[in-house]
Design a protein around this ligand. Sequence first.
Ligand code: NAD
Length: 349
Amino acid sequence: MSLFEHHEFDQHKEVVFCNDEKSGLKAIIAVHNTNLGPSLGGCRMFPYASSEEALTDVLRLSKGMTYKAAMANLKQGGGKAVIIGDPRSDKSKEMFEVLGEFVQKLGGDYITAEDSGISVSDLQITAQKTEYVSGIKAKFTYDGSPADGNPAPGTAYGVFVGLKASVQYGLNRDLQGVKVAIQGLGHVGYRLARHLHEAGAELFVTDIYPEQLEKAQQEFGATIVEPQDIFGLDVDVFAPCALGAIINATTLPQIKAKVIAGAANNQLANESFGQALRKQGILYAPDYVINAGGIIDIYHQTQDGTPAELKAHLDAIGDTLVEVYRRADEADEATNIIANTIAEERFGK
Ligand code: NAD
């Protein structure tokens, strides 16, 4: 297994292989870049088929965090940790203690947080061994509602702000009467639906489970559609809030919306779909720019900020997107490519 020659290696600053036979911990921590500040990124636990697969994931995800932090105007870099194992059966208290010792040895270059397979209670154990843990002690929220550490409200508000700015830029109108198709009414999608309803949008929603759909129908007057029908609706905005790779060769020809703005990670099946969207006259809000509300929230919790500062920072997601759109138009380039360029300018690649 090569590292410096690895196809996902991109001048990562540090890659640490963590092995502890006694606790069974097998993890990799990757610090991609710390030019703007200490690297921040969640710790993921997954039953990777091989250490090669885990390395690929951690190299790719840590790099993504550098770009996300830069576009979110955070004084932070990108990092990530992956634990090789099944989160349902392989966890132990000792494992998370040892992880904390490894994180501590990095001296603050990497700050860990929650990601898939890892819970707040796991990280509370890790935090007994290192001060470099975030997202476990939420003190406030952007809107004054009780803080429970869930990043979804911040993410949903950020997506709402970004969607509003995208509609203003692309369609030159506010949200009153705008038709929005939301794919996935989970933690983020449902909250986004509420914001949009309050702003006067008309909602079309889908999910693979009926409960939230029926709730959205009652609460927001949303129209329920089948999962396979969400792409081809005659709407203004498509908001993917479920799965990755949702803009692909099958879905693209169906899409009638002129704006795509949603929370899902890795929406484009590959980067070339950004240009394809542009050719089709669709304004695409780069996913990692519009869905940065969660990481912005976590950042403010660690900075002893205030709810007003947090809200202002979330509101700035709209300004960042407008900067991306303007430059994309000037350069006649895809918005995802321009977002990467701006991020690189900011972190000094
Ligand atoms: P979630 O699991 O709570 O919600 C996802 C919803 O999508 C679920 O209700 C699920 O039933 C539905 N779904 C799954 N497959 C579907 C399909 N084929 N068609 C329609 N609906 C389907 O997740 P979430 O926390 O709301 O996150 C949504 C997306 O946003 C994910 O891609 C996530 O990675 C991304 N994201 C979330 C956050 C956050 O703060 N939670 C932050 C950044 C990015």
